[in-house]
Design a protein around this ligand. Structure first.
Ligand SMILES: Nc1ncnc2c1ncn2[C@@H]1O[C@H](COP(=O)(O)OP(=O)(O)O)[C@@H](O)[C@H]1O
Ligand code: SF4
Ligand SMILES: [Mg+2]
Length: 320
């Protein structure tokens, strides 16, 4: 079975007013059909940059990509032309980003926005697109679907908008959905429902998901596999059970420890440490965690850590 997505040595550098920012520093990642893969890391570690780079959503005049992002075992997304990219974004990869309201046009009704996607990308007739839109809204429990069809985004609650975004993301039956913090700003019951919807889509449609989050419970509840990101690198990856229950990388261990003992209840279960982070403007020669690691030794500062394989899926990068 080919990987739906295979990221090989991806580096993303962007030009900011303060100089070059090394946002993603040589990451490798594979997601198979029907797999739910989580990317867990603290704010600023490069999660969104990785996600948006897969869809090439950044202004490429201010950005340099290196490496390959192979989609479905075929084409390198980093060498796709504009037309191929449009096709990829509309039909092959669905996306759910943090703020629903920025994804939807406030001046167009929910129904027309969804139907438009189906008419343009799947070449459906007006009538078929409307019928399919109502079906999608029903499947996502945006009810009563016939009435919601004619409403504008401002007339719907945040929770319903999130469901509309999900309906939009799956409308063209993509092979992969990238969801960046899909549960942020959602109440407990809505969070459970969104995670349930993701599981249903995987079971019924065999869709693969890349779920970006800083919440451990999202990873535990819905993901099969997880990558731990730190300072633009993936330091450990494997099945959720292996990585979160037998973490090997000292950073993963610290992250899990801190999430359990967070004093502030809002920070419990959140990926957050107080550790000094490497300067994002500087290239890192060795291990990104060397500034903080209690096991650090000389070579950690100057050499790339070894890739240690614990099992078929569980890998971490360290000299320990
Ligand atoms: N437009 C930008 N200009 C300068 N730096 C940026 C910009 N966007 C992101 N970064 C930097 O890139 C790094 C990764 O950011 P991001 O992928 O958004 O992190 P995350 O999603 O994990 O919170 C951070 O160091 C952030 O400060
Ligand atoms: S490579 Fe060195 S600094 Fe990095 S996590 Fe391992 S022991 Fe710590
Ligand atoms: Mg982000």
């Amino acid at each position: 079975m080919p990987n739906i997505i295979s990221i090989q040595h991806l580096k993303v550098r962007l030009m900011s007013t303060g100089g070059i920012v090394h946002a993603v520093r040589d990451i490798n990642l594979e997601i198979k059909s029907g797999e739910i893969h989580g990317i867990l890391g603290e704010s600023g570690c490069g999660k969104t940059m990785t996600a948006k780079s897969i869809l090439r959503l950044y202004d490429e005049e201010k950005l340099i990509y290196d490496g390959n992002i192979i989609f479905n075992g075929e084409k390198d997304i980093l060498s796709m032309n504009k037309k191929e990219l449009e096709n990829l974004r509309s039909k092959e990869i669905g996306m759910i980003f943090q703020e629903p309201i920025t994804t939807l046009n406030p001046l167009i009704t929910i129904g027309n926005q969804l139907s438009e996607v189906l008419r343009i990308h799947l070449k459906m007739t007006k009538r078929d697109a409307k019928a399919r839109t109502i079906e999608l809204l029903k499947n996502m429990s945006v009810s009563p679907a016939e009435d919601r069809y004619n409403q504008y985004p401002f007339e719907l609650s945040g929770e319903l908008l999130q469901r509309v975004i999900m309906a939009m993301a799956i409308a063209c039956n993509p092979k992969l959905i990238i969801a960046d913090e899909p549960t942020i700003n959602l109440g407990g019951s809505m969070q459970t429902q969104v995670l349930q919807m993701i599981q249903d889509l995987r079971c019924n449609e065999n869709m693969a998901f890349m779920i970006i989050t800083k919440y451990f419970d999202v990873i535990n509840e819905v993901c099969d596999t997880v990558s731990i990101m730190y300072a633009g690198k993936i330091v450990e990856s494997g099945s959720v059970r292996e990585v979160l229950h037998s973490p090997k990388h000292p950073y993963t261990q610290e992250l899990i420890e801190k999430s359990k003992i967070a004093e502030n209840s809002d920070e419990k279960g959140v990926a957050k440490t107080d550790s000094i982070k490497p300067d994002s403007h500087k290239h890192i020669e060795g291990c990104p965690y060397a500034l903080k690691c209690k096991y650090v030794r000389g070579e950690c500062h100057s050499n790339l850590p070894d890739k240690i394989r614990v099992s078929k899926s569980h890998i971490y990068n360290c000299f320990k």
